[in-house]
Design a protein around this ligand. Sequence first.
Ligand SMILES: [Zn+2]
Length: 270
Amino acid sequence: MNSIVLHFVPLCIIGFARCLPLDLDMDMTAGLRTSNHVDEGILVEGDIISLKSIHSKNLVRKPSQLWPNKVFPYTFSKDFDDLQKFNVETALRDLAFQTCVTFRERTNEPTYVVFKNYAKICASAVGYADLKNLGGEMPIYVSAPGCVMRGQIQHEVLHSLGFWHEHARPDRNEYVTVHWENIRPGSESNFEPRTWEDTVTLGMPYDLNSVMHYGKKAFSKNESPTLTPKNSPLNENMGQRFRVSKLDIAKLNRLYECDNRYYKGYELEA
Ligand SMILES: [Zn+2]
């Protein structure tokens, strides 16, 4: 799955009367590859609808960017059929039993996620923002038929919970090689690493198996690899969208300060 991350770009969320000062991190599929503009704003990096320029670039840094009370309230757009709802709920249930974050249908929470279709894209904001004065809807695009796999949905949900892409970690050059010569012109920003100034990793190691990592041919212009792992060149899991990794869960549980009943990867600390 290819991705674009919008950083520091004002955007207008569909249905909102005005633009929001949000970064948009959009996981894009074929539908919008040739365009750098969608209703939500200008796409800069690939697959995220993200929030403001205060983000850290592996995990969000500020408590205000985490979902309040560790509750992730959500609804579905009217055009979601039973199968689409089942896919999303299956993905959420798989997360729910591994973390202290509660996933539940929205009741009266002022800001809440709406799972939506739009073209073929997978897309989500990064982290929470208080939108109660802007309609309250935080869209996550898990569009059918392009974005229905459990790992794709979990990827978008982790963005919303506060995760950026794994391969954007500042230390990624120790673990992967970026083959700039194979990247589609105009897509290079998808591969730019972040800096330690805006990044927290919560002491956790780099994770090639993360559901937040790109695959080896992401944004390739010629079917040759754009990303290859350095220490395990035969790694076939990089870019997997089957399911969140063990480390993804550990990071989530650290980010939301879950208690020690939940897996926090203490044996893996970097
Ligand atoms: Zn993404």
